[in-house]
Design a protein around this ligand. Sequence first.
Ligand SMILES: Nc1ncnc2c1ncn2[C@@H]1O[C@H](COP(=O)(O)OP(=O)(O)O)[C@@H](O)[C@H]1O
Ligand SMILES: [Mg+2]
Length: 246
Amino acid sequence: MSSATGPKLSTGIDGLDAILDGGFSEGRVILVLGEPGSGKTILCSQFLNYGASTKNEKSAFIGMNESKSRFMSEMKGLGMDFEKLERGGVFSYVDATEVRRIPEEAKVGRIPVGGRELGLVNLMDTIQEAIEKNAPKRIVVDSISDLVFRFPKIEERRPVVLDLVETLQTSNATCLMTSELVSTGESRTLQPEEYLAEGVILMRTLRKGSRAIQALKMRGSKVDTSPRPYVIKENGIEVYSTEEVY
Ligand SMILES: Nc1ncnc2c1ncn2[C@@H]1O[C@H](COP(=O)(O)OP(=O)(O)O)[C@@H](O)[C@H]1O
Ligand SMILES: [Mg+2]
């Protein structure tokens, strides 16, 4: 492993570890960016499952999209038993679905500033609570999209994401946050969370349904930045780190 970088934490996916020169750098906040259905939630779950089940590392999943029971059953279908890990005290699911609920006014662009901030304050509190209660080594926030898209202007969105990244950094845990890819193609616009995160993993679907994963940036780490093929199978994501995307 590269000696220039700090200690690495295995992602739980061999091919992804290979791309990342061993895994994610400890204590960093990484963005997992991709289209709906690209496997963001599965990737993050494998990261938590690996740490909790093989290293006895405490893991926390802060779920903004789905209920705990739905998460548990979906992941069980992919061979990850988070109920068992929860009973063993190495996993906690934090239900944050309430936080992202968008008030009606937001949809017509008339949401008062106080209302907008409420969701954010709640999320930060929820994350802080999870950190203090469990001192997790691995944290996932899935997903931040509904929250950040509440702020239509980029200049408003930036401090929101910065706040979130800074809150996660105080945990000293290695953190993944997921976000929906807004635009695709060569000239796509960068999303604020991309330059505020310390690392970015991009997951996308190419022609004919083939999938590609790419480390766009990984601060302080020497990584393979080429897109590499991946598949989602009954046991989760598999990355082919030595193959080319065609
Ligand atoms: N057992 C499975 N075998 C193959 N693909 C699966 C399996 N379970 C889920 N998937 C695929 O995983 C994708 C959903 O992954 P998910 O992590 O929820 O995506 P995201 O969070 O990016 O929306 C879907 O495209 C689905 O087809
Ligand atoms: Mg998801």
